[in-house]
Ligand binder design. Sequence first.
Ligand SMILES: [Zn+2]
Length: 282
Amino acid sequence: MAKKDPTDLSVEEKLKTLYQLQSALSAIDEKKALRGELPLEVQDLEDEIEGLTTRIEKIKNEISEFQKAISQKKGEIADAEASVARYKSQLDDVKNNREYDTLSKEIEFQTLEIELCNKKIREANTRIQEKQNELVLNEEVIKEREGDLEVKKNELDEIMQETRAEEEKLKEKVKDLESKIESRLLTSFKRIRKNARNGLGVVYVQRDACGGCFNKIPPQRQLDIKMHKKVIVCEYCGRIMIDPELAGVKIDKATGEEKKTRKRAIRKSASSKKTTDANDME
Ligand SMILES: [Zn+2]
């Protein structure tokens, strides 16, 4: 069958389609609620682990920089010690006091250099020790977070596995239903739904009251709703109100109890004349 132009639908069909859309969206909302904060918690943990990994990398680089500096200083010490040994051997052949003084000064200078290098090495070693402690701490934290992440991810996977297929099907259904609803009505519905606390944009009448905010509906309005000829919104909460029958809900006359029926009573409305509907909602 060729697809109908959304604007060709009768009001009754529009309302029914909207209600089916609402049901599918509510079912998706329910599955999302089931996942709760888990997706956010997983995201937070992943971000934290990424940050920790960067920090650990940085600490390791700092340690290796200090180690490089230490081996450089060790090289300088070796050079200075070689100079000292050379000057000391030259001391044996000095010809005069001036030469002796010069050599002695050089030896003193190189010895000071060696001391300075040793001091630098000690400082670097202290810094390396600090960095290594920092590294251990961060590695402990990251291990802990990775454990947490594993648990949360498994938890989420488990929930997703149970709901993914259903959710995909629901999303397909939503897409299909949305394509059947004219864009103006769909936009209004989405706006109402967004502003509604429970995500309900379409509700059916329950015990003479709006099924969304439970304010009583005046008798004339109730009659209008039963006619299925106009889109009627609740004057208190703005939700679109429909006849329970269109929602596939049967009211037991004796008990006033509602029963969801699977039976889809499709009654073609007698006059399919295009009553524009969304007017009522602007
Ligand atoms: Zn209401």
